[in-house]
Design a protein around this ligand. Structure first.
Ligand code: NAD
Length: 327
């Protein structure tokens, strides 16, 4: 098959492309605008496969999206392109509204026209797979509560509100136009090639440079961490076996508070990088609590039993092994 992936130069998209090319015979077309978060170096070796194509396209540009669909005639489209950093969405929400809402509208509308133009066999096989986040559900109160696929939407930040909007658009295009859509909502990813504004790479790089490790509020916000290649493998499974119109939650069953995560990184660095920057006797001494993020969600945790039951997908990496690979 030919898989078109938007946002393939980003953190999760590049993992998905590497995994597709190494574990299947499919070819991949990467549609990416190359914002600050896109980095083609994450895909340095994939061109050798002869099955990788790149198009520098903004998903908000209807003409370029239409052209790319006509030129490459994909069998499946997986949509990851987004503005993805909550702090940036608080400082400047406009790009999030443009790319995550208008860009998704544009992409799905062009995909609808493209789908209508296909022959019946290709039409039947086509899927529009939208990648979303557990942040659309807001935060959890009870310790034993988990997000399930039909948890009500209650986004807190401009980022999660824009992703919630995009989910609604995708579901509406499925219902109204019978476009074959699938949505997956995933928990926090971590792993190699993540842009260093996000918690884990930021902490690793700052610690190695002897810089302060800022933690929002009391550091007790809980996230369910999933190794990025486990997410990519789950998405490949969904492409092969997921059912049209379904939503699947993808999670790591790996809840950790932010302070726990930072302390684990510091501990691992003591072993992996014992030669510390000048004046530092212990990485933990770099930890510093700073003013909390406005609207900060307290806890996210995913109940991933549906994808485990229907598609048999269980994360392979533990947090310890995944964190070691990341560092
Ligand atoms: P990222 O910020 O690392 O990468 C985003 C990619 O999209 C970049 O390559 C960027 O250049 C591209 N892009 C941005 N705007 C574009 C536009 N207008 N047109 C074309 N390309 C554009 O993001 P990520 O962490 O890899 O996340 C990918 C997707 O997964 C996003 O939709 C995000 O909401 C979702 N998600 C992320 C996480 C996570 O923990 N990172 C968790 C769940 C869901």
């Amino acid at each position: 098959m030919k898989i078109m992936i938007t946002g393939g130069a980003g953190f999760i998209g590049s993992s998905l492309i590497r995994n597709f090319l190494s574990s299947t015979d499919h070819s991949v077309v990467n549609l990416d605008k190359l914002t600050y978060a896109g980095n083609l170096d994450s895909l340095a070796n994939v061109e050798q496969t002869g099955r990788y194509f790149f198009e520098n396209v903004d998903i908000c540009d209807a003409f370029r999206v239409e052209q790319a669909l006509k030129t490459h005639t994909p069998d499946i489209l997986i949509h990851l392109a987004a503005e993805s950093h909550v702090d940036r969405s608080i400082e400047g929400p406009e790009e999030f509204i443009k790319t995550n809402i208008f860009g998704t509208f544009n992409l799905i509308e062009q995909s609808r026209k493209y789908h209508n133009s296909l022959t019946s066999a290709k039409k039947k096989a086509f899927r529009f797979h939208h990648i979303s986040t557990d942040e659309v559900y807001g935060d959890l109160v009870g310790e034993n509560d988990f997000f399930v696929e039909d948890s009500p939407y209650a986004p807190s930040s401009p980022y999660s509100a824009s992703k919630a909007s995009s989910d609604h658009l995708v579901r509406a295009w499925g219902r109204t136009y019978s476009l074959p859509v699938i949505i997956t909502n995933c928990s926090n990813n971590y792993g190699p090639y993540q842009f260093p504004e996000k918690l884990i790479p930021h902490v690793i790089l700052s610690a190695l440079r002897g810089k302060r490790l800022p933690i929002y509020g009391n550091g007790l916000q809980v996230r369910d961490w999933l190794f990025v290649d486990d997410h990519a493998k789950a998405l490949i499974k969904v492409v092969a076996e997921g059912a049209i119109g379904e939503t699947y939650n993808i999670g790591g069953h790996n809840e950790k508070s932010n302070i726990e995560v930072v302390e684990m990184i510091c501990e691992l660095l003591e072993e992996l990088a014992p030669d510390k920057p000048h004046g530092i006797s212990n990485y933990r001494e770099l930890i510093e609590f700073v003013k909390d993020r406005p609207g900060h969600d307290a806890r996210y945790a995913i109940d991933a039993s549906k994808i485990h039951r229907d598609l048999g997908r269980i994360p392979e990496e533990t947090f310890e092994t995944g964190l070691l690979k990341t560092i």
